[in-house]
Design a protein around this ligand. Structure first.
Ligand code: IMP
Ligand code: MG
Length: 172
């Protein structure tokens, strides 16, 4: 059964915002190299688009963690499914996420990655649900703040579907 999806943020708005983030991040890291860490699977879409809009030298790596089962509520538990391939020691690291909800996943990731001695760690997320925050995390680059709604598209899934939608939608 297909659910009805209401568009919350259009494809044009998402594309425009990612171009803006790309410009801002390129300015902030001018003269430096940036190591993007894409958080699979949802972070793939924004990582690709963002990286195409960066004018500084970029490398990237991928990590897969799970905090949710098939539920819509965070379990508060984080498991590493796939670790990074490369060392981040001495690197300027930017973690790229699709959404920050409770912040539990990110809190765990930041602590883990900090122990590997990067030069710096910042966070970029396409979406932020500030009302839902439970863990203390500072987010450096936010595409859109959204209300407490379950959203899909642009990497975000509901039971592994809808990631490929080019916009952000809410399931009716
Ligand atoms: P957190 O640990 O609660 O911040 O949750 C982070 C992860 O939960 C995200 O990376 C998403 O995979 C998932 N998530 C949180 N909210 C949503 C949503 O509205 N739609 C789809 N996935 C979500
Ligand atoms: Mg995610």
């Amino acid at each position: 059964m297909e659910s009805k999806i209401n568009v919350l943020i259009s494809e044009e708005e998402v594309d425009k915002k990612i171009r803006e983030l790309g410009r801002q991040i390129s300015r902030d890291y001018a003269g430096k190299e940036l190591h993007l860490i894409c958080v699979l699977k949802g972070g793939v879409f924004i990582t690709c688009e963002l990286s195409k809009n960066l004018t500084i030298p970029v490398s990237m790596d991928f990590m897969s963690v799970s905090s949710y089962g098939e539920e819509q509520v965070s379990s508060g538990m984080v498991k590493i499914i796939k670790d990074l391939d490369d060392s981040i020691e001495g690197k300027e690291v930017l973690i790229v996420e699709d959404i920050i909800d409770s912040g539990n996943t990110l809190r765990y990731l930041i602590d883990l990655l900090n122990s590997r001695k990067p030069r710096s760690i910042r966070i970029c997320t396409l979406l932020d649900k500030p009302e839902r925050r439970r863990a203390d995390v500072a987010v450096d680059y936010v595409g859109f703040q959204i209300p407490d709604k379950f959203v899909v598209g642009y990497g975000l899934d509901y039971k592994q579907k809808y990631r490929n939608l080019p916009y952000i939608g809410a399931i009716e």
